[in-house]
Design a protein around this ligand. Structure first.
Ligand code: ZN
Ligand code: ZN
Length: 210
């Protein structure tokens, strides 16, 4: 039941490079607050639009004023590196994710846990069976604390050993954005591999051990 999930990546693609250096270290990219339109620093906060599941870049004052609104949530602020996460192959296979790269989030809007995985068109979404996520939580009690909507579990099973982390939801979407941006040809090409490696190296640097 995979379906394209259009509105989840920032339309302007700004966050695709939020966690990596711009090629050549240039600062050609101008970041603006999606709410009031003023120019903001490259490092800035984000608000999640709950119903539309859209990540919005926010200046400090919009973040302060709007983060209490019912339709907005401040994105999560912790990054937990989870080297001991247990994900048996049969459990992973049951998720039916076509590649070894995805993030999971508990969505209050769809009332279930969804997996989003990158594709050339952006993030593709599929709903998980309740039992399989339950087994994940039984094996890994840390996942019981995964904050709905604003945090995700990021998974990279293309690497050896696999990498797992709980990260703010805007960071999770940055992964799918970076992949969309670097995708070439049918299989993605070396640019995608580099983007993924860079993303997880940065994530591990920012993370605290669980
Ligand atoms: Zn603003
Ligand atoms: Zn942003």
């Amino acid at each position: 039941m995979a379906r394209p999930s259009a509105p989840v990546v920032p339309a302007n693609g700004i966050d695709a490079t939020a966690t990596s250096e711009a090629p050549g270290g240039g600062d050609a990219r101008v970041e603006v607050c999606d709410i009031c339109g003023i120019t903001i620093a490259e490092k800035h906060r984000h608000l999640l639009h709950l119903v539309e599941r859209r990540i919005e870049c926010a200046c400090e004052s919009c973040w302060n004023v709007r983060s209490g609104d019912p339709e907005y949530r401040p994105t999560g602020n912790r990054t937990l590196w989870l080297p001991d996460l247990q994900v048996p192959d049969d459990l992973w296979a049951g998720f039916q994710i076509p590649i070894g790269l995805a993030f999971f989030m508990d969505s209050t809007v769809t009332a279930c846990v969804v997996a989003l995985y990158p594709s050339p068109g952006g993030a593709t979404e599929s709903e998980l069976h309740f039992e399989s996520w339950n087994r994940m939580r039984e094996l890994n009690p840390v996942l019981v604390g995964l904050e709905p909507d604003i945090e995700g579990l990021v998974v990279n099973r293309l690497s050896d050993p696999p990498a797992y982390a709980i990260a703010p939801i805007d960071t999770c979407y940055a992964l799918t954005g970076a992949i969309k941006m670097n995708w070439e040809g049918i299989s993605g090409g070396p640019g995608v591999q580099e983007a993924v490696t860079r993303f997880f190296a940065e994530l591990e640097r920012e993370a605290v051990p669980a």
